[in-house]
Design a protein. Structure first.
Length: 270
């Protein structure tokens, strides 16, 4: 893979997921809600999918919410993190440690591939979609949700303003999220038929902006851009950013909205 494709440090993504796996159940509300919404999409399809793959399973949120949907008889779970995969295995499904960028499955292995809030950390998204298409059986289905560009815009703007004001520049911290307008074309380019890309959103309201940062760390979702600044942010910069966030975004209920955009992906294998 060329350096231009290495936007994210995948080893850091893995390390953070490993570090926070043991307590992930305290911070899995976003993945849990997104999993429910992803599985709701599966209910709209009458075709059964006996063998399914959960790509980027975290600690097993999809398996725990499945409740017989999709006619799934065998569910294979995989995650980049050993710690998360180990916890996911507790639900009794087949589980493996797998990098989403290098899928070790044979062609036409699965009737269904599900992926919930994992693919936004993939460097080569077109390549991963091609691999997903490869491992699907004819008339197999891919359903995915990933974070989109509207995610936490207010927080990101506040951090950028504070860094510019106090430190004289902005360090790389904004993930290059996929745009929903591009996702349909990427799915089609990967060989999917009837590709659909759409957006949804989850809003969480916080009384304390520090709790938002704590939740992001607990999810393993803090900055993993390869060119990020390695030294910690100055305390004065962080306090200024959170003060700006609170002043500009606090609602009538005294809480700060944190918006997570979900980009949905649907595609069939021919």
């Amino acid at each position: 893979m060329s350096d231009s494709m290495n936007v994210f440090d995948r080893s850091v993504v893995r390390q953070r997921r490993d570090r926070h796996a043991a307590r992930f159940d305290e911070f899995d509300f976003l993945v849990h809600e997104a999993s429910e919404r992803l599985l709701d999409r599966l209910e709209d399809v009458t075709k059964p999918f006996p063998i399914a793959l959960d790509l980027g399973c975290h600690t097993g949120q999809i398996a725990n919410s499945l409740m017989g949907r999709g006619g799934i008889e065998t569910l294979v779970q995989c995650d980049l993190s050993f710690g998360m995969s180990k916890l996911a295995a507790a639900n009794g499904n087949l589980t493996a440690v797998v990098d989403e960028e290098w899928l070790p499955f044979a062609d036409s292995s699965f009737d269904l591939v599900l992926s919930c809030l994992s693919l936004h950390w993939v460097n080569d998204l077109p390549g991963t979609l091609l691999q997903i298409r490869r491992i699907l059986k004819p008339e197999g289905l891919f359903l995915g949700l990933m974070l989109g560009g509207e995610t936490l815009q207010s927080l990101r703007m506040s951090l950028a303003m504070a860094e510019t004001e106090i430190e004289g520049g902005v360090s790389p911290r904004v993930s290059p999220f996929a745009d929903v307008r591009d996702m349909g074309r990427l799915l089609q380019r990967a060989g999917f038929v009837l590709p659909v890309a759409d957006t949804d959103r989850i809003e969480v309201r916080y009384a304390d902006p520090f709790r938002l940062l704590r939740d992001l760390r607990g999810m393993g979702e803090s900055n993993a851009v390869s060119q990020r600044r390695k030294s910690p942010m100055r305390r004065s910069t962080l306090l200024t950013a959170l003060q700006t966030l609170s002043q500009d975004n606090t609602g009538s209920d005294g809480r700060i909205p944190a918006v997570f955009e979900l980009v949905g992906m649907t595609g069939w294998a021919s």
